[in-house]
Design a binder for this molecule. Structure first.
Ligand SMILES: Nc1nc2c(ncn2[C@@H]2O[C@H](COP(=O)(O)OP(=O)(O)OP(=O)(O)O)[C@@H](O)[C@H]2O)c(=O)[nH]1
Length: 440
């Protein structure tokens, strides 16, 4: 799975977890809110209604009692006003009770009992008031006992209604408490699930996302500290990191191949600068280095070595008769035959045209030089074939022994060159040693 897809999955899971916890908390709050609303809208007002009914009942009871003992018409009128008000208020309150209270069958039965008992009280009060208004308060007083007892009945019924309402309030409270408790448990369970999912996600994010990035960064740090183009970055199975690691490895390969190519090109340039294009032999620039090295080595080991100066005989005629290409073929073949006659510690260099220099390695005294000179001459006596034409060249060789014939490179080379010219003058295709400096 790709890195971005994993990120997306983690964020989506966290969002979903948060959403679940939020919705659950919201539902819990809504349940409690509904219970609270039911409490404040219905139950508590119903309790107040029963309280108010009881107050009105006692008020009317007092008014009737005062009417029975009233002395003036004004007093009667005032009391009747109050009575009317309280009675109207009671009717309104009973309507409220009908709306709020009559939820169950037994509540409705209680309500009917209240209405009947209250109607009886109203009738009795009305009868007493009529007697008072007729100036027969004494007769009214006789009916007071019965009214008082019926008022007690109504009062009892109001109290029962109030008690039931309070019970309902209690039930609502208990239900709210239960709702809260179960919501709390649900919230705790959801929170625990969310924490567990969060932990699993955190570990997954660390193992699948953070750790591979951290490891790759450590590999890069190691590379920074000791750059090694052969180092490989682990290819991780996560598309983005896989692309990065593969690209880094490709980059390393490319840089390494490029460096190798440059090195090869440098080698080639250096080889071209120090070697002859035609024969592949070292040029005199390199030959002279080898000569200086041979001199230093001979000085250290107190040994001799021999230097030969070679010039082909009859080479110009090959060029003139068979063409330049034939001359080139001869030079190449001569270079090969010379190399074949020498050991790997020896050096043969082309110093120009048909001239070559041979440096024989250590412990090459006159006898060794004589032997190798003879072999070289013999090797060139065989014809060289070019386009089915047998071509013949010879070689004149001047030899100088270090340090006997020269203690520096130029003197030694000059001594060998002069010996070679002596051979040419003497009839060519032979070798000769340089003269000792004392004889020159
Ligand atoms: N084909 C060819 N010829 C070359 C090259 N370099 C020099 N030459 C020719 O080699 C010839 C060398 O001349 P000489 O050394 O006088 O010829 P020679 O016939 O060997 O004469 P002696 O040395 O007196 O024996 C010249 O004709 C040059 O033009 C080369 O790279 N290729």
């Amino acid at each position: 799975m790709s890195l971005s897809a994993k990120f997306l999955l983690v964020i989506a899971s966290l969002t979903a977890g948060l959403l679940i916890v939020t919705i659950s908390a919201f539902l819990m709050i809504r349940d409690v809110q509904q219970d609270t609303e039911a409490m404040s809208n219905h139950v508590l007002p119903a309790v107040e209604t029963f309280d108010a009914l009881e107050v009105n009942l006692h008020k009317n009871r007092s008014i009737v009692l005062e009417l029975l003992h009233s002395h003036s018409a004004d007093e009667v009128t005032g009391l009747l006003e109050e009575y009317k008000e309280a009675t109207n208020s009671t009717s309104r309150l009973l309507d409220e009770v009908r709306l709020r209270f009559t939820r169950t069958e037994s509540d409705r039965a209680l309500y009917q009992d209240i209405i009947q008992a209250r109607s009886k009280v109203v009738r009795e009060r009305t009868a007493i008031i009529a007697l008072v208004q007729a100036g027969r308060a004494a007769n009214g007083l006789e009916k007071w006992q019965a009214l008082d007892a019926d008022i007690d009945v109504v009062e009892g019924l109001y109290r029962e209604g109030r008690r039931r309402t309070q019970n309902t309030a209690h039930e609502v409270l208990l239900a709210s408490r239960e709702t809260l408790a179960s919501s709390k448990n649900r919230a705790i369970a959801l929170t625990l699930i969310a924490i567990s999912v969060g932990l699993v996600l955190a570990v997954t994010v660390y193992r699948k996302i953070a750790k591979p990035i951290q490891d790759l960064s450590q590999e890069l740090q190691v590379f920074q500290q000791s750059p090694d183009l052969n180092m490989r970055f682990e290819v991780r199975s996560m598309s983005e990191l896989e692309v990065i690691s593969r690209s880094l490895n490709m980059l390393m390969d490319w840089v390494r191949d490029n460096a190798r190519q440059q090195e090869m090109q440098r080698d080639m340039i250096s080889r071209m600068a120090n070697h002859d294009n035609l024969t592949g032999l070292p040029l005199w620039r390199l030959g002279k280095d080898r000569l200086l090295m041979a001199m230093a080595q001979a000085d250290r080991a107190r040994q001799n070595f021999a230097l030969m100066f070679l010039d082909l005989d009859g080479f110009k005629a090959v060029n003139d008769t068979h063409g330049h290409a034939a001359g080139d073929a001869v030079l190449k073949e001569v270079a090969q035959r010379l190399s074949q006659q020498l050991r790997h510690v020896d050096t043969v260099a082309r110093i120009g045209g048909d001239e070559f220099v041979v440096i024989l390695g250590p412990v090459a005294d006159e006898a060794v030089a004589r032997h190798i000179g003879g072999r070289i001459i013999a090797a060139l006596t065989h014809p060289i074939h070019f386009q089915d034409q047998p071509l013949l060249v010879g070689v004149s060789i001047g030899m100088a022994i270090y340090p006997q014939h020269g203690k520096d490179a130029d003197t030694l080379l000059k001594a060998a060159d002069q010996a070679m010219y002596a051979v040419k003058r003497a009839g060519k295709n032979n070798f000769a040693f340089a003269m000792d400096p004392s004889d020159a």
